[in-house]
Write a new protein. Sequence first.
Length: 747
Amino acid sequence: MANGFDDTTQGLPDPRLAQALEDFAAGQAGRIELVAGFQHAPHYTDAVLLCIALTRPGGNGRSRSQKLFLKVLPPVAREPARHELARQSNADFAERHMVRQPFPRFPVGDGRHLMFQEMANGGDRVRTLHDLRGRHLVTAVDTITHALLFDWNRVEGNGVSTDTTTISEYVRRELAKSAGVQSVSWAARRLGLPDVATTWFPFDGKPRLNPLHLLDSESAPATHEMRYVAGYTHGDAHGGNLLVPCDPADQPRPKQFQLVDLDGFEDHAPLTRDLVDLVLDTVLRAVAPPVTAGRTGHGLPPDQADALRDHLINPDADRPESVPPAFAEVVEVAYRNGTSYVWKAGWGQEWRAQYLLSLVSRALVCLTFDNISDTGRQWCLRLAVEALEACRQELALSSPRLAPSAPLGSPAPAPRSAESARIDQRWFPDNSRQPRYQPWRELPTPREPTNFRLRPAIETRHDDSPRRREGFLRRFLVVATVGIGAATLHATAGDGLSDTSALPELTVTVTPTREEASAPTRHGGPRSPSPERRFENLAQEVAALREEPLAGRYSFTCYRTWARDTTGSDDVSRLEYRLWFTTRLSGLREITNLDAAGPARPRRFSYQAGDLAEVLPLPPDDPGELRDQLRERWESQPPELQDAVGMLRLVAELHRYHPLTPKQRAALFQELAKFPEIEYGEGYHDRAHRPGTAFQAENREGWRDTLLFGDDGRLLSHELLDAKGTVLSYHLYLRNTRTDTTDTRCR
């Protein structure tokens, strides 16, 4: 055809695109045809990628044809503009390492646009950085990182461009440009990382700063100001966006590398961004090869992967012998180029802290990738935690204060921060996430006495001699009243909720197994039924209840938390949470500091549809389906949470957010009855003085979760204690219902 689009070689994805190409060709007085056999390098993009030949009149009766790379961009794509800004940033660098756009973007007519680019390397063969191995890979990384710094970001004299920010803003910026803060938070918490309110948590037996806590723009670590080196950045410098031309002998020519997909270009961003993206993407493919067609390749052995992670965090240290030389050199050459770039300007220490914070950010972003294996995600999570610890030391941020251990029978030390949690836990002082960068306060501490006494449970042997239990559960929630110094904590006036845990001192014996073994009860009476029988009895009693169906647009929940702040003081406070949400996971949250000076005024946070990702799915009405859903979620947890503790926490989450029917509550009891590790005690009261039955389980580290249920099967409280009996957190559930207004009271 004389003008228009010739699709005889191969078809197009849709007729709108064909019409757009025909219109474009007509405007050029030429014709377009698809180039057969074109195979583009792998890209992580939603764009359609094609190779076309544009033929136009050339004068003197001749025609001229040009091969072009065509991207069909989704709506609201900004790549053409960003690509041009990147080319204008440094003309000499762009001429060597960025392709031209010979035509402006062209509308498809449905919101999409066509983006035309010249062919990289003149259309001759190129490889991506992903395709290189061994010495070729090391040389390419060395060449590319050096050029990104010393060529693209060339400065006169000994100075470099710097800027200041806070740690929180630095991390937020890096997460937002790649995956989004909310997506990263969700992915990290699925792997067991504490939520934003948790500051310190034990990790491999050591206290570590929670990476997600950096998203709290008002917390002490996150507000620490830092200076960073800034400049031009690609924004998504993974190996697939770095093309390396090859000579006729198929040997790479890294000095002629090309940058593609410049949608994330910025003219004043942290210069460690591209270096860390490039290096981490390269080594992660070795640690945990990408998942393709549901299959995962074999990565490095665990000892090599761990050593490589340590080398990423401290590239200046001696190279670990167990790390494959090529990957160790990739880390070293990139880091060396960075330190050389800032050396004469005197910003070496700042560059080191900036590098570590970029490692933290990129490792968290990698948790959201759908082509990474579970092994890769766990490796990235550890990288984020340990790199943040190295950054904390580099910036001389404060260390946590942990309580020393005490012998059994002596008063326990002051409670550890309630913001402490474990990497293998899913339930923490508060699971809330604030979307849209809303400010968040640290979760304060339980209003508990500074000293607790925990008595060992006593069981009776057949020879009637008492002994301390050596089974799964050694102690069970026995608390004595001890004042804080000379002061005594008082109840809050008017709400009837006790702030003192002034419970009567008592000794509790829990049933050690499912056997009907003889054991004294709390009151010294006949033996107690097994936990399984107690669950079954409760399930029957609750299922028989008749309650009026709830109605209303919003689900409403209100609960209080007790926690300790992170300043190391003995001050304690309480928060009250009120949450209204719809089935579309939109809604409103109010958080009130009940110990604030002056009137307690709530902070309000609004949520758009889908923002409340923390809320578990709406439970099915059918009890059988509910148990299936619960079991499915339990099996999807990390292996260390596929136990009784993990099930208790899932049950607590369902009760926290959803107003359950009697049959639903009974179904949850039936599911808990399947766990022989769960033990129970009766005659307990929560901090609102409501009586109930307590069920408790202990994890492999000796941490204990206790749920207290009322006679109607509703959850009253959830308490978490560490192996020393220190109360780490306490949730008091006050109300759970449905409503049509957002002024619902808690009591």
